[in-house]
Design a protein around this ligand. Structure first.
Ligand code: PMP
Length: 420
């Protein structure tokens, strides 16, 4: 599969060689790197991408969940065009940020007050700083294998570049060990930060009992519960928190909510968020030149109010749920030890016999099989993440899902034979 890939992509290869002279590894986002060289995409329309060698792909990656609206959504393009015409660097409160904040609060009522950032990473960094400031405590609980941004990886990278906090580690979905760890950290614990479904960590849903325990135990020790919904906020009209019926103290958002522009936000209980109110003495500073950039504000507002209605979210997730079920049925029929995990429109294919329940379960996955699935699907015209992540976008319809299921059906017997 790798030889066929090399032969089919000389222009992507040449571009990578040039880029390596300028950027270490030829890229500026580690996640996009893979051997022998990554593809360069030249353009996208709807749910289709075109690469430098002229191949087209159905985009099942959806920019790692930020591309929910697809490429060149006309409503969002129109909003961005108007914002550009209106002047892009106003150096003041902008014309649309309050309306955008209101649209977000309408969807996620636990975000009584919120603030914008440029990325999900920044949103998490600020939420953790806020939790420490508001509680006057130092410790931050995170889960092994969690990813909360480029400077918050635990310990997904062998050499993490972490923002220095006094971290307490626990195991995701391990109810009793984590209950004990929260009680042990007790009066020193500022917050627990968790994704209600581990996204980058392999689309591993949080067990509702585990997440309810986090809510109860943090409250009991006076620590804050921070839900990182950068990825999972798309899993229900009110995010995964409303599907679960759990109200966190703070929530962080990112990815698609900026309509495809660079975006992050954090928010939560009004009395906690008020620590950022500059009219209060001793308030926390929060700066950022592009926090309220007019392109993000316009694209995000249009996306959330005009395109991503609650019914559109429900439809997208139902489509994802059906796709996941169909692929799993095909894989199991072929006797292939591969499984697709996830919820709704977010999923991850794993070379495992059963769905992973904890990050540790991924240790048994064969990386060569992950690679083969990735390159086979590319050859068939489907773009996914090398680690197996797929995130549906609004333009993906029945035809694209049927085509993917057909490709998996054709490939599954060979995958099964190789795994056996
Ligand atoms: N939190 C989670 C759960 C994420 O998946 C990501 C991005 N993959 C981030 C935070 C960081 O967001 P950004 O890339 O916008 O900094």
């Amino acid at each position: 599969a790798v030889e066929a890939y090399r032969a089919a992509n000389p222009e992507s290869h040449a571009r990578h060689e040039r880029a390596r002279q300028l950027m270490p590894g030829g890229n500026t986002r580690t996640v996009l790197y893979y051997t022998p060289f990554p593809l360069t995409m030249i353009s996208g329309t709807g749910c289709r991408l075109k690469d430098a060698d002229g191949h087209t792909y159905v985009d099942f990656l959806g920019e790692f969940t930020a591309g929910l609206f697809g490429h060149s959504d006309p409503v969002i393009a129109e909003a961005i065009g108007q914002a550009v015409a209106n002047g892009v660097n106003l150096g003041s409160h902008g014309p649309q940020e309050a309306a955008f904040a209101e649209a977000i609060k309408d969807r996620f009522p636990s975000m009584e007050l919120l603030r914008f950032t440029n990325s999900g990473t920044e949103a998490n960094v600020l939420a953790l700083a806020l939790a420490k400031h508001a509680t006057g405590r130092g410790k931050v609980m995170v889960f092994e294998g969690a990813y909360h941004g480029g400077t918050l990886t635990f310990p997904a990278s062998e050499v993490p570049v972490n923002v220095p906090h006094d971290y307490v580690f626990s195991r995701f979905n391990d109810v009793e060990a984590t209950r004990q760890a929260i009680r042990d950290a007790g009066p020193d614990l500022a917050c627990v930060i968790v994704e209600p479904m581990m996204g980058s960590g392999g689309c591993i849903p949080g067990d509702p009992a585990f997440l309810r325990m986090l809510r109860e135990e943090t409250e009991a020790v006076g620590a804050l519960l921070v839900f990182d919904e950068v990825m999972t906020s798309r899993l229900g009209p009110g995010g995964l928190q409303s599907e679960l019926g759990i109200r966190p103290d703070l929530t962080t958002l990112g990815k698609y909510i900026g309509g495809g522009m660079s975006f992050g936000a954090f928010g939560g209980r009004a009395e906690i968020m008020s620590h950022f109110d500059p009219s209060r003495s001793g308030s926390l500073p929060h700066a950022g030149t592009f926090n309220n950039n007019v392109l993000t504000m316009a694209a995000g507002l249009a996306g959330l109010t005009k395109r991503l209605t609650p019914s559109a979210i429900l439809e997208l997730n139902a489509r994802g749920e059906a796709l996941r079920r169909r692929i799993n049925a095909v894989l199991s029929e072929a006797g292939a030890d591969l499984v697709v995990s996830g919820i709704g429109s977010l999923m991850n294919i794993h070379p495992l016999g059963t769905e992973p329940k904890r990050p540790g379960d991924l240790a048994g996955a064969d990386q060569r099989m992950r690679d083969l699935v990735f390159f086979d699907l590319l050859e068939d015209g489907f773009y996914t993440a090398r680690r197996g992540l797929m995130a549906l976008s609004l333009p993906i319809g029945d035809a694209e899902c049927d085509a993917l299921v057909a490709a998996v059906t054709r490939r599954a017997p060979r995958w099964a034979a190789l795994l056996g």
